[in-house]
Design a binder for this molecule. Structure first.
Ligand code: SAH
Ligand code: SF4
Length: 412
């Protein structure tokens, strides 16, 4: 998408259709499904009813085959099958870490690859979802930032990750495709479905890409994820992480309304310019002001500041004190998430020592601000924060510098 008034760093192509000429219904709004059905010849009233039924089957029941839609007349199902599909990303590779974290390498219809990660915990299960193939930005500590090829993921490809995770975790209610009784009866077992005890409870837009550089598709996808007659995840269980695309932050709050995480990572211009180059476009003051203005942020719903711990770069006591000062100066309802740097081949940084991270965390806690240290998850399968990259190559330092320069030039 073009960001109004600003240069969008990389133009992205259109997404080819999966399933030949058939239209993939995943990612379309209910209204768009209805419009498709009208276009294909149904009258307005029938289209409205069918759209509602199809929506329910796709997002509440996880069905991918029209034949399983038992409240739609048998004679109509082949008509739907001829015209539409309910797609899933192709799974190229699925890996499980020794800590239970799972990572999937997925392929879009055009062969572009992206990754998603599931992180199980005692009290929750978090799906880390990608918004782009690669990333137009190139934070120096992030593996995804070294990818040259970038395209936005479509809403359907973003929601598709959630649907696929539900498939893989076996979390659809009974009566899905495989076991649905083949009758024209109304869907009578929907009432048995409860959200209790489900594994996938939270979503973080923290996979590959910068979600606010793909605003419309991310918004469309999250609206679907939050829709009450479907996946029905509460906005309180969804977090969108941005590296600081300031002009889109207010809209994210107003139009999507999920929790906000901001990748701050440094407290002065010199260091942030180096490690999060977007800072040269939208500086720390502007970013923190946008946080202060973020709709819906309050003490019950704090903004999370992500802070990657890089040895001798951003991890001094002085940095911790300055972080506290800034949070207080802007009166931000905030918590800090300290992320030990996750290494990747060729990365130009090292992780701070555990003692340093602990001390940094203590200094912030002592000032009355929560600053837990994130336990790295899935490092052994390169699934931890900032390790995602669809093709595992080891570029030379010169190549990394070249990619950084190209992206910086494109940013303007
Ligand atoms: N593009 C978005 C969201 C994806 S990155 C953003 O930058 O916010 C999710 C989080 O992982 C961000 O806070 C990012 O800065 C952090 N991260 C990136 N590379 C990392 C690495 N190698 N080690 C630890 N955290 C990293
Ligand atoms: Fe992109 Fe986020 Fe990685 Fe920065 S940290 S390069 S914005 S994915």
């Amino acid at each position: 998408m073009q960001i109004p008034g600003h240069i969008d760093p990389v133009t992205t192509g259109t997404v080819p259709l999966r399933g030949g000429n058939r239209i993939d219904l995943v990612g379309l709004t209910r209204d768009a499904i209805r419009a498709e059905l009208v276009e294909a010849g149904l009258d307005a009233k029938a289209a409205k009813l069918r759209a509602k039924q199809i929506w329910h089957w796709i997002y509440h029941r996880g069905v991918t085959d029209f034949e399983a839609m038992t409240d739609i007349a048998k004679s109509m199902r082949p008509w739907l099958t001829d015209r539409y599909i309910i797609g899933r990303p192709t799974v190229r590779e699925a890996q499980v870490s020794n800590d239970g974290t799972r990572k999937w390498l997925l392929a879009a219809a055009d062969g572009q690859e992206y990754e998603m990660v599931f992180i199980p915990d005692a009290d929750r299960g978090t799906l880390c979802v990608s918004s782009q193939v690669g990333c137009t930005l190139n934070c120096r500590f992030c593996h995804t930032g070294t990818m040259r090829l970038v395209r936005n993921l479509a809403a359907g490809e973003i929601v598709g990750q959630v649907l696929l995770a539900r498939d893989a975790l076996g979390e659809w209610p009974k009566g899905t495709m495989a076991s649905a009784p083949d009758t024209d009866d109304e869907d009578d077992d929907a009432g048995h479905y409860t959200s209790d005890g489900r594994m996938l409870t939270n979503i973080v837009m923290m996979g590959m890409g910068e979600p606010l550089y793909n605003f419309d598709e991310v918004k469309g996808a999250l609206k679907i994820v939050m829709d009450g007659d479907g996946l029905a995840l509460s906005k309180r269980r969804i977090t969108l992480s941005t590296s600081g695309v300031v002009p889109m932050m207010a809209r994210a709050g107003e139009e999507i309304g999920v929790n906000l995480a901001v990748s701050l990572h440094a407290v002065n211009k010199e260091i942030r310019d180096e490690i999060v180059p977007l800072n040269r476009k939208y500086g720390i003051e502007e970013l923190l002001q946008a946080c202060a203005d973020y709709p819906g942020a309050n003490n019950a719903r704090r903004i999370t500041f992500e802070y990657v711990m890089l040895k001798d770069k951003n991890d001094s006591d002085e940095d911790a004190r300055e972080l506290v000062r800034l949070i207080k100066q802007y009166k931000l309802p905030a918590k800090v998430n300290l992320i030990p740097f996750n290494p990747w081949p060729g990365a130009p940084y090292e992780c701070s020592t555990p003692e340093r991270v602990r001390k940094f965390s203590n200094l912030i806690f002592e000032a009355g601000i929560s600053a837990p240290i994130r336990t790295p998850r899935g490092r052994d399968i390169m699934a931890a924060c900032g390790q995602l990259k669809s093709a595992a190559t080891k570029p030379t330092r010169a190549e990394l510098d070249r990619i950084a320069e190209e992206k910086q030039a494109a940013l303007g």
